[in-house]
Design a protein. Structure first.
Length: 279
């Protein structure tokens, strides 16, 4: 058998190089797009961390100075706060509003996903006991008659010494603002304290926010956070105490807008809100 030892012709070589160039161009574009998407995702993560950190600092601030919050702050690409706009990659515009809690109050008390009445939790002997709360998320068919799915949050509770939970509510995502699940906690008048709430938050990224009402005793040395104690078993949780309404009680809401800074324009990345009581 005679072997053909001829190489590629010039036409074949040019065609092969053209194919390689086309394929390489497509692959290069994919790498460029992937890098762009990864950069945007990283920026969104940093923006979210900046907003959450500012909101948490606001909620933990014992004194509210409007001049401190109605302002703009700047951060570098790593999310580190800067003294001014020099070298800044992100800008956060914040706006603080206040309203007496005896007024409308709707700005500061979100539509609760459910309520938890601590008077209902007793042990086998009838004595008061702590309670456990479990929060999970599932996908169910939407209520609008379509075939689309929506996330719903299942909130369960039980007395601490019991083994099975009772479902309190099953709510859709429309009541979840800023990834917060608002839960109203009613402390019984003259009830035994401290009362512990053990929370297992199995959701992917939502924070369980407990708003405690009537957490007061006659002893002036006992503060609200010594009456109801929140214990985190899993996930992210937080607690706020709603004071007895009076003319000196104020509610505050901090609205944050995070922008990415560049040479051509300022791109708004996200909005975030936080609220607290001061009395």
């Amino acid at each position: 058998m005679k072997l053909d030892n001829r190489g590629f012709t010039l036409v074949e070589t040019i065609a092969a190089l053209a194919i390689v160039a086309i394929v390489s161009s497509v692959i290069f574009q994919m790498f460029v797009l992937s890098g762009t998407f990864n950069q945007k995702a990283k920026e969104m993560d940093i923006a979210n961390v900046i907003a959450v950190n500012q909101a948490e600092a606001f909620k933990n601030d014992p004194d509210i100075d409007p001049m401190k919050y109605n302002t703009s702050t700047y951060y570098n690409r790593a999310g580190v706060k800067l003294a001014d706009s020099t070298g800044a990659a992100f800008r956060v515009d914040s706006n603080l509003t206040s309203i007496p809690s005896g007024g409308s109050g709707n700005v500061y008390l979100p539509d609760s996903a459910t309520s938890l009445d601590l008077a209902a939790y007793t042990d086998d002997s009838g004595a008061v006991t702590d309670c456990d709360v479990q929060i999970s998320e599932i996908e169910e068919q939407a209520n609008d008659g379509s075939s689309s799915q929506q996330i719903k949050y299942i909130i369960k509770a039980k007395a601490h010494d019991e083994t099975s939970y009772t479902e309190l509510d099953r709510v859709d995502s429309s009541k979840i603002k800023n990834n917060l699940i608002p839960i109203q906690v009613n402390f019984p008048a003259g009830g035994t304290y401290p009362r512990n709430i053990y929370v297992t938050n199995n959701t992917s990224n939502a924070e369980a926010e407990f708003y405690v009402f009537n957490a007061q005793v006659e002893n002036p040395k006992i503060t609200s956070d010594q009456i109801v104690i929140l214990n985190t078993v899993r996930g992210t949780v937080d607690i706020s105490y709603v004071p007895v309404t009076s003319s000196t009680d104020l509610g505050y809401q901090l609205d944050l807008e995070v922008y990415r800074l560049n040479d051509s324009s300022n791109e708004k990345l996200l909005s975030y809100s936080a609220n607290k009581y001061l009395h």
